[in-house]
Write a protein that binds this ligand. Structure first.
Ligand SMILES: [Zn+2]
Length: 275
């Protein structure tokens, strides 16, 4: 977080001014520090709120995927059960036809005329034809059942694993949400204290600009530009900002600007033109 980084490295001895002016300058920088801290808190609070809102959606999504996989498995199981039921029925029918055939063969032995004999023969042929048809259909059903059976077994194994993953993910999300909510509470409390210490006009300006720009009300002035809208600052404005005793706003986007001085001696020297 850029604001945190700045707050951590900012030291009062960098202030080149002395005496009464220093006090005023430090008052101002304290206010800018508070505003940038507030900005950093609000960004983090926003991130946490988005994450807290996203986690239940994520869980709903993985549960929905699990549910659709479960339903596909159920459809395959139902198809397999239907297949087995039809096979059983065809096998039973074939048994009945076979019994009929042996009964007809017995009766055929007692046939008195050629006509009667042919009639039995005809009925037997009819039954044999029915058995053949049932056997053909049973073979088709067996061929259809094979991939269904493989699918069901695979899906059962995959679902078992997926259920465990979903449970683990839910547990992680619950933990994460609890951590987020705790941090959110702490930051909101810290924010309240911070806002209480701000000048009311600075706070209302901050809130107004934050609303206008959907979150970012404070920007760094860097290399003579506003880092948020990238407009070049007038040289005089930039000079004023560096030594300003009051909060200044970008003339283009209206955000509160802060100036981040060079942090190291070398950097400072490198920034100076040769004398
Ligand atoms: Zn700007």
């Amino acid at each position: 977080m850029v604001f945190d980084a700045w707050l951590n490295v900012r030291q009062p001895e960098w202030n080149p001014r002395a005496g009464q002016e220093v006090l005023k300058f430090e008052e101002m920088t304290e206010e800018i520090e508070q505003v940038t801290r507030l900005q950093s808190l609000d960004l983090r609070i926003g991130e946490l709120e988005r994450e807290i809102a996203t986690l239940p959606k994520h869980i709903a999504q993985i549960e929905k995927a699990l549910d659709s996989h479960l339903r596909r498995l159920e459809a395959d199981r139902a198809a397999l059960a239907g297949n087995q039921k039809e096979r059983k029925r065809l096998e039973d029918d074939s048994k009945v036809e076979s019994q009929k055939i042996s009964k007809l063969k017995d009766q055929m032995l007692g046939a008195k005329t050629n006509e009667q004999y042919r009639a039995f023969q005809h009925e037997i042929t009819f039954c044999e034809e029915a058995i053949r048809k049932a056997e053909d259909r049973i073979l088709d059903l067996m061929a259809e059942a094979e991939p269904l059976d493989v699918n069901v077994k695979k899906a059962e194994a995959a679902l078992k694993e997926e259920k465990q993953q979903v449970e683990a993910e839910k547990a992680r999300a619950r933990e994460r949400t609890a951590v987020d909510q705790k941090q959110h509470e702490q930051l909101v409390a810290e924010r309240k204290v911070l806002v209480g210490g701000l000048k009311p006009q600075t706070h209302s300006a901050y809130e107004r600009i934050r609303k206008k720009w959907h979150g970012v009300a404070v920007a760094e002035a860097s290399e003579g530009r506003c880092s948020a809208c990238h407009m070049v600052l007038r040289p005089q404005f930039f000079q004023d900002l560096r030594h300003s005793e009051q909060v200044m706003f970008c003339e283009s986007c209206g955000r509160i600007l802060y100036y981040n001085p060079p942090v190291s001696f070398e950097h400072d020297m490198a920034a100076q033109p040769h004398q």
